[in-house]
Design a protein around this ligand. Structure first.
Ligand SMILES: *[C@@H]1O[C@H](CO)[C@@H](O)[C@H](O)[C@H]1NC(C)=O
Ligand SMILES: *[C@@H]1O[C@H](CO)[C@@H](O)[C@H](O)[C@H]1NC(C)=O
Ligand SMILES: *[C@@H]1O[C@H](CO)[C@@H](O)[C@H](O)[C@H]1NC(C)=O
Ligand SMILES: *[C@@H]1O[C@H](CO)[C@@H](O)[C@H](O)[C@H]1NC(C)=O
Ligand SMILES: *[C@@H]1O[C@H](CO)[C@@H](O)[C@H](O)[C@H]1NC(C)=O
Ligand SMILES: *[C@@H]1O[C@H](CO)[C@@H](O)[C@H](O)[C@H]1NC(C)=O
Ligand SMILES: *[C@@H]1O[C@H](CO)[C@@H](O)[C@H](O)[C@H]1NC(C)=O
Ligand SMILES: *[C@@H]1O[C@H](CO)[C@@H](O)[C@H](O)[C@H]1NC(C)=O
Ligand SMILES: *[C@@H]1O[C@H](CO)[C@@H](O)[C@H](O)[C@H]1NC(C)=O
Length: 867
């Protein structure tokens, strides 16, 4: 149904040509060709719309909901689809038409997962540290609410995810009325991958992906063998499955899922899903914002793209009023190690633990260890081919230090020397699940902690023989222990996405533990797993909202968000290796780590969850907020402010600096408050004006400043309100790096330098022909990206029009590649001739009708004719 090859995503491997900076932002957005999401005017009968399209398009999904009346459609003829979509705008009943974009699950890291297909792990768990105080709960004061018997009873949380293994005993063991998972549905079916047509069924079971089962346990896992529970085990859950076993989920599916979750009476909706955007105008964001406006708090993960630097906001977390959740690393790392034995020089049998990797064929194996180097500080060990005098490694377990290059690279070099088994040793505390499933020669990989690895290396260096006697991992005992993380524990996870939006909305709202989280996993995939991602932080906040609502008796999204934000604790800046003496920017951690008990019991309510001062062009220098005293006594508040680190978006490139390379300074804005002390009577309120003087620093580098207004009340409330702003002009920021011509047969999409000519078939569907491809490398977000066809001798003003696929609205700062088969946006074929592409990206806050507001790149000339 979908013509492939015409929306060419730039793959990770297809980046040979990109500059170092561009490589950092290598993701490409993907839209379904010829598919659109339509919203109808509320008052209009959509009959006219459906009769208009009946001969031209199929309805993919009916989105007939009070908060979103519309449909998604798929045009039969892709060539005329865009022109037809344009015409829809003119129909009386149509309010908006959006392309149907595809989103993916965040790239959460699987730190550990139980043995596939085996339930005995649970029986074999030996808890070395019986720790009933689950660290993510202690970090967020969930333990204090739970000690008071608060469990989220009576609250329905709708989860949008990959489905759930509700057969898991810790997730209730059943689905339907009376079960923990009482409601929900499968909107897509197992075979759905984002490109094909969803095939719904009523059963949201997840036996293949795992993500949704992990998310579910964070919210509401029941007491289990591993000694933890979810934060709100008393809630009722609904699962709306939007992913099949692989691939993505399109806008229409996500909108439908949110609307179904809302209609089913969810009191809170959560989704750990996103895609790079930076624009609150995305259709999915718009739909989620409406649900929040209708009174249902929605939590969304901020994204796992921390390395990309600032202004990489993820949708739908970037929607107005949507609660965007950043990730903090857990203060302890759960370690689930599979046990086996070893001997040194045939001596006494000793026990060791290792993190099982993928593949995991360690079954009853006894082999000596061999290591390529005795230097336990050599970071690049096994990052190049092993020397020629290396013995045949097929009868050894190869011991390799983790670091510098990937597991797959190290294992590949070992395999070239005959290896089939590789045991890594770690360089940081604990051990993680190494993956080398892409290397066919390898039968098993694993990882021991640094201490164990170094001790083996010392024995080998001393000339001893170390023999590992591997037990079958399916039946070997597993030990659970917790190792303190004193490097990043309690601070931002390095992967958490940096904001703000391209329109300076304050994002994320707050943070919670998402790094190294133990939770449930589908029984066929091992029953339990430790994962890291904002995907894990987000559901914890949804659960906390349920707990707080139990105490306060309200589910009003603004009230709850304002309380959670005001009571959250800002954290010091940590770059993954060290902590600095300045607070982490609001654009990274929002209000800081959520504090459930304080939010439940604060008697002070602030009227806002943030103050946005915008950039220099749009500076609103004074913003107000109101303090309401809900208590029964008069309260005096001391008011102050504290700056968080200011980050320069750019240094010497038009691409934002990556993190941790991002330059941060303690040049703060100056905050002037209308009062430094205010007394508010019981039940009364007071309005405070906050005036900002941005720091006097180089606006050409677009520094983003932020910090907190602080309030200490005589009632014991200690609150903070985040603010942010930018120095410089978003409007004047260059958005287009370059635009050029490439050819569809080049997977790397290198620029074509010479004169190129193309012979194009006028057929539907994929052919063997080579097509011209317009490539736009966006260094920053653009509200509109045009790809126009221009005569070889001519300029943008002589353009024949947009090519099919153009324009893109609300473009993220990513590469966009569009193949051209001769078809223009209006469905007609361009005449044979000599042309070039004019690639035009509109500046932020620019005027779409003024060419002077665009960055324009022209490709080299090329000629087209038809078969
Ligand atoms: C492409 O396919 C559509 C629908 O199958 C058909 O209406 C149209 O005529 C075809 N166009 C060409 C050029 O074959
Ligand atoms: C592995 O060894 C154990 C203990 O000797 C034995 O019970 C089990 O059957 C063996 N498994 C295989 C696959 O050989
Ligand atoms: C190592 O030995 C095995 C078994 O004798 C043999 O199949 C393999 O080709 C050898 N590998 C190398 C790299 O020499
Ligand atoms: C973390 O703990 C380890 C072991 O207790 C210690 O050696 C190290 O210095 C600590 N690091 C920091 C940053 O505190
Ligand atoms: C910043 O100013 C622009 C232009 O007026 C506006 O569109 C945008 O919404 C403002 N941003 C915020 C967060 O208020
Ligand atoms: C803030 O409050 C002051 C004093 O009450 C008022 O003059 C001003 O208009 C308010 N500003 C905004 C942006 O609401
Ligand atoms: C509020 O209390 C905190 C912690 O004691 C302190 O750091 C901060 O300066 C106080 N703020 C004001 C405005 O007094
Ligand atoms: C490309 O074609 C133009 C016009 O046909 C010609 O003037 C020019 O020299 C050619 N350039 C190359 C690099 O072949
Ligand atoms: C594409 O190329 C293959 C192999 O060269 C050939 O078998 C096939 O018929 C071609 N298809 C079209 C549509 O030209």
């Amino acid at each position: 149904m979908v013509r492939t090859g015409f929306w060419l995503p730039l793959l990770a491997s297809a980046l040979g040509l990109l500059s170092a900076e561009a490589k950092v932002s290598q993701k490409a957005t993907k839209h379904l060709a010829g598919s659109y999401v339509i919203e109808f005017e509320d008052s209009q009968d959509p009959a006219e719309f459906f009769s208009h399209i009946s001969s031209k398009a199929k309805t993919r999904m009916n989105l007939d909901y009070p908060l979103f009346k519309g449909a998604s459609i798929q045009f039969n003829d892709l060539k005329t689809a865009e022109a037809e979509a344009d015409k829809l705008n003119a129909l009386a009943g149509v309010k908006q038409v959006w392309p149907n974009r595809v989103y993916y699950l965040p790239n959460d890291e699987v730190v550990w997962q139980g043995s596939a297909g085996d339930e005995s792990i649970v029986q074999n768990i030996k808890r070395q540290t019986v720790n009933d105080i689950f660290t993510p709960h202690v970090m967020t004061q969930v333990d204090k609410l739970r000690a008071n018997g608060i469990t989220g009873t009576g609250v329905k949380i709708g989860i949008i995810d990959t489905g759930v293994d509700y057969n898991h005993a810790a997730l209730g063991g059943c689905f339907g009325e009376g079960c923990l998972f009482a409601y929900g549905t499968d909107i897509v079916g197992d075979a759905y991958d984002g490109d094909n047509t969803p095939v719904p069924d009523p059963d949201p079971w997840d036996g293949c992906a795992g993500h949704g089962t992990h998310v579910s346990g964070i919210i509401a896992a029941q007491a289990n063998e591993l000694g933890f529970t979810g934060a709100a085990p008393g809630v009722t859950l609904g699962m709306f499955r939007v992913f099949g076993c692989t691939g993505g989920a399109a806008n229409d599916v996500l909108i439908d899922a949110f609307m179904q979750a809302f209609e089913a009476g969810s009191n809170i909706i959560t989704a750990s899903i996103g895609g790079s955007s930076g624009w609150s105008e995305d259709p999915w964001s718009v739909a989620v914002s409406r649900i929040v406006e209708a009174g249902v708090p929605c939590t969304l993960s901020a994204g796992n793209d921390g390395a990309y630097g600032m202004f990489y906001a993820s949708t739908a977390s970037n929607g107005k009023r949507v609660t965007s959740v950043a990730s903090i690393d857990s203060e302890v790392t759960p370690l689930l190690l599979t046990e086996s034995h070893f001997t040194v020089d045939g001596g006494e049998q000793q026990t060791f633990g290792y993190a099982l990797g993928d593949p995991s064929g360690w079954k009853n194996l006894t082999l000596p260890l061999w290591t390529p180097s005795f230097d336990v500080t050599d970071p690049a060990m096994a990052c190049e081919a092993f020397p020629a005098d290396t013995p045949n490694l097929s009868e050894y377990i190869v011991l390799i230090r983790r670091g510098t290059c990937t597991f797959v690279e190290k294992v590949t070099f070992a395999a070239q020397a005959g290896a089939k088994y590789v045991m890594f040793y770690n360089v940081s505390p604990g051990a993680i699940a190494a993956s080398a499933s892409d290397v066919p020669e390898i039968i098993a990989v694993g990882m021991v902690d640094a201490e164990q690895g170094e001790s083996w290396v010392a024995s080998l260096e001393a000339g001893s023989e170390v023999v590992l006697d591997m037990l079958d991992p399916l039946t070997a005992p597993v030990s659970l222990s917790y190792s303190p993380n004193n490097i990043t524990g309690g601070f931002a996870s390095t992967f958490t996405t940096w904001n703000p939006t391209f329109e300076m909305d304050v994002k994320p709202q707050l943070a919670s533990p998402g790094g190294n989280i133990l939770s449930t996993y589908p029984v066929p995939l091992g029953a339990y797993a430790v994962l890291s991602g904002t995907s894990m932080a987000c559901p914890l906040v949804a659960a906390i909202i349920a707990l707080v609502s139990n105490v306060r008796g309200t589910l009003d999204p603004a009230t709850l968000e304002n309380l959670l934000v005001a009571t959250a604790k800002p954290q010091l800046l940590n770059d993954g290796t060290a902590t600095h003496g300045v607070l982490a920017p609001v654009v990274q951690l929002g209000a800081g780590i959520v504090q459930a008990y304080d939010a439940a019991h604060a008697t002070t309510l602030l009227s806002a969850s943030s103050l946005a001062y915008n950039d220099t062009d749009n500076l609103v220098d004074t913003l107000n907020f109101t303090i309401t005293n809900l208590g029964s006594e008069e309260v005096t508040y001391d008011l102050g402010s504290v700056g968080a680190a200011t980050g320069y978006t750019f240094s010497d490139s038009i691409y934002p600096d990556p993190f941790p390379g991002l330059e941060l300074t303690d040049e703060f804005a100056t905050i002037t408050l209308s009062e430094s002390k205010v007394t508010v009577p019981a039940g009364g309120d007071a309005t405070i004006s906050v005036t900002v003087t941005p720091p006097d620093i180089d606006g050409s580098r677009l520094p983003v400043y932020s910090g907190y207004i602080t309030l200490n009340g005589t009632n014991g409330d200690s609150l903070s309100l985040p603010y942010n702003g930018a120095v410089g002009s978003l409007h004047d920021t260059q958005v287009l790096d370059t635009g050029y011509l490439s050819i569809s047969s080049d997977a790397d999409l290198n620029p074509v330098t010479g004169n190129a000519s193309f012979v194009l078939p006028k057929t539907n569907g994929t052919t063997n022909a080579t097509y011209p491809v317009a490539v736009a490398l966006l260094a920053f977000g653009s509200p509109q990206l045009n790809i126009k066809l221009v005569p070889a001798i001519g300029s943008s003003s002589d353009a024949l029009g947009h090519i099919f696929g153009s324009p893109y609205t609300y473009a993220s700062r990513d590469p966009y590649a569009t193949a051209f088969d001769g078809v223009m946006a209006d469905g007609t074929y361009a005449p044979a001739g000599d042309y070039k592409f004019s690639i035009e990206a509109l500046h932020i806050f620019g005027d779409a009708s003024d060419l002077a507001d665009y960055d324009i790149a022209e490709s080299v000339a090329f000629s087209i004719r038809y078969v």
